[in-house]
Design a protein around this ligand. Structure first.
Ligand code: SF4
Ligand code: FES
Length: 270
């Protein structure tokens, strides 16, 4: 038997969130999502949560389970090694009801980076003249980022999102990098305009929590660092943009000057 402490909250009825406790007879192989369905079908039909595929594909069942953002359908009860399980809605989102949060900010930020292939020649979109082949090495450049489910766990884990709701966040930034890295795409200038901003790329402090919680092994923190490099040095070798600092850096008032280097180069050394 496992004890589930579930955060309940209906903004239309309740003054504040509260916990409700349920006992679930757990069997080998049961996931947290199985237990939530047990509660809803046999103990309390008023409990609200989202789920669809039950196999780690749709990203709908993202929630905060025993202190970590996780997918409920991919989390085996036995893997938590405890009989007491606390389930809350994902942090950093508005609660709609109980475990259901408003994912609109996630999708709006995702859309902002134009997450589709923008052909070099717009006419090709409607009247393609050829196939665009990619080598395995070219595919490798963006493949891990293409596995994103849009579950939103990374935004729930991100300490910068927690303190700056305008931060575009790890999911959208990883997708900007995914499409910028695609050899069929010519939209990196538009995307960089969306991410090279005060609440974009440069707000990431490299906590790495996004990569820790991603259920698909996407590493948004890596994408962000690679994109920062591209913002400064340009995408192609020899196209350095150091004389033209990124937009956000120019705008920041009172930005701290870099400290004096402790190791000084000798005169004439590059
Ligand atoms: S990067 Fe990972 S954690 Fe973030 S939305 Fe995509 S699949 Fe979810
Ligand atoms: S129900 Fe689809 S990922 Fe969990």
């Amino acid at each position: 038997m496992a004890v589930f402490k579930i955060q309940r909250y209906d903004p239309e009825k309740d003054g504040r969130p509260y916990f409700q406790t349920y006992e679930v007879p757990v069997e080998q192989g049961m996931s947290i999502l199985d237990c939530l369905f047990y509660i809803k079908e046999r103990l309390d039909a008023t409990l609200s949560f989202r789920a669809s595929c039950r196999m780690g594909i749709c990203g709908s069942c993202a929630m905060y389970i025993n202190g970590l953002p996780r997918l409920a359908c991919e989390t085996q009860v036995t893997s938590l090694a405890t009989d007491t399980i606390e389930v809350r809605p994902l942090p950093n989102y508005e609660v709609i009801k109980d475990l259901v949060v408003d994912l609109a900010p996630l999708f709006e930020k995702h859309q902002r980076v134009r997450p589709w292939i923008i052909p070099y020649d717009p006419v090709e979109l409607d009247r393609p003249t050829k196939e665009y082949h990619q080598s395995p090495a070219e595919l490798e450049r963006y493949l891990q980022f293409a596995y994103c489910l849009k579950c939103g766990l990374c935004l729930a884990a991100c300490p910068t999102v927690a303190t700056d709701q305008e931060f575009i966040g790890p999911q959208a930034l990883a997708q900007a990098f995914r499409y910028n890295s695609d050899t069929r795409d010519g939209g990196d200038t538009e995307r960089m305009a969306a991410v090279d901003t005060l609440h974009g790329l440069w707000r990431c402090h490299m906590a790495g929590a996004c990569a820790e919680v991603c259920p698909k092994g996407v590493d948004p923190a890596l994408a962000i660092q690679l994109m920062k490099r591209e913002a400064v040095f340009g995408k192609k070798k020899g196209r350095a943009r150091l004389a033209d600092p990124p937009h956000a850096v120019k705008l920041l008032p009172g930005i701290l000057k870099a400290p004096e280097p402790t190791v000084k180069r000798s005169e004439g050394e590059i």
